[in-house]
Design a protein around this ligand. Structure first.
Ligand code: PHE
Length: 339
């Protein structure tokens, strides 16, 4: 029996030495030390030994088991090291290889300019609000003092939808929605897309962007309107910018103005950007018509306000000297990557 044990030990150690991988090592473990392994089988026969022999053989068996286990652990460790070494060798990085350039996303020029404008008006205490692009006739026209037969409707060629709905032609609809839900003092800015059935050319697009502003409080005057818009123009175009208020007409403001700024490109001399005039028209504005206030349940005897609608596309094309407005909508990466 002692001989058998010695033999098992030698065999096991021999096999471990020639084991090529982790799997082979485990096979050896099962073959000798496993429940049905050879060493276990021998131990099961110990019952047949005399009481004097039993502890001696038992001790020997334990020693042999320990020796096999030790060799097994050592072999495992060596094989694992070898494997790691091989893997690392196969994985070597060539740090002299050139890197791959990942394309970085950027903001659309309209978003850049809009963010700047939002910053300017926020610093003057305006809240940013949102409004639907699909509007009812009431919010887009009726409540803005443009009744059904009013000639002013022809100023804006409207895309009509089913069930009396339309695509808003102006962000001014947000004035009404705001005044219906908020009490004065009101100071909001509503940027968004607007739609008009215009012929497409370098300066016209059926979808474009406006930024509506509305201020309503006690004692608001035309001076407040001028002050806010002059401040805005200087911040967006530079401190030397001159601002010109021309009388105009909008059904929902009285009096109404259109606002030009001196051309930031030529300083007012006349150039390609301002089409030789020295001025760039950027917005329409005026004092909120008393009828509009009344329609929203605000007493025009107690409150007054001003509103303005800025053309975001115009501000963007003049700032970046973009000669064709269609560039803003076509999403050509060669164009967009310049910003
Ligand atoms: N909604 C007008 C337009 O689209 C602009 C405007 C807004 C004028 C607010 C006055 C007050 O032309």
């Amino acid at each position: 029996m002692k001989q058998q044990l010695e033999q098992i030990k030698n065999q096991a150690i021999e096999e471990l030495k020639s084991a090529a991988d982790l799997k082979a090592v485990d096979d050896v473990r099962v073959k000798y030390l496993g429940k049905k392994g050879e060493l276990t089988a021998i131990l099961k026969q110990m019952g047949g030994l005399s009481p004097e022999e039993r502890p001696i053989v038992g001790q020997l068996a334990n020693k042999i088991r320990a020796e096999i286990e030790e060799t097994l652990t050592e072999t495992l460790a060596t094989l694992k090291d070898k494997e790691t070494e091989q893997r690392l060798a196969a994985e070597t990085l060539d740090i002299t290889m050139p890197g791959k350039k990942t394309a970085e996303g950027g903001l659309h020029p309209l978003s850049i300019v809009l963010d700047d404008m939002i910053d300017i008006f926020r610093s003057m205490g305006f809240d940013i609000v949102d409004g639907p692009e699909v509007e009812t006739d009431y919010y887009n026209f009726e409540a803005l003092n443009v009744p059904a037969d009013h000639p002013a409707r022809d100023m804006q060629d409207t895309f009509y939808l089913a069930e009396g709905l339309l695509l808003r032609t102006q962000t001014s609809a947000a004035q009404i929605r705001t005044m219906e839900t908020r009490k004065p003092p009101i100071r909001i800015l509503c940027p968004g897309r607007v739609y008009r059935a215009d012929e497409v050319d370098a300066t016209h697009s059926p979808v474009f962007h406006q930024i509506e502003g509305l201020v309503v409080d006690k004692g608001i005057t035309m001076c407040d309107l001028k002050g806010v818009l002059e401040q805005f123009a200087r911040e967006i175009y530079g401190p030397e910018t001159k601002v010109k208020f021309r009388p105009s007409f909008f059904p929902f403001t009285e009096p109404s103005v259109e606002v030009d700024v001196s051309c930031s490109e030529c300083g007012g001399v006349g150039c390609r950007v301002c089409k030789g005039s020295g001025w760039i028209e950027i917005l329409g504005a005026g004092m909120v018509h008393p009828r509009v206030l009344s329609a929203c349940g605000i007493d025009p005897e107690e409150y007054s306000g001003f509103a303005f609608g800025i053309g975001l596309d115009r501000i963007t094309t003049t700032r970046y000297k973009i000669s064709d407005i269609r560039n803003l909508f076509e999403n050509d990466l060669r164009f967009l990557e310049q910003f």
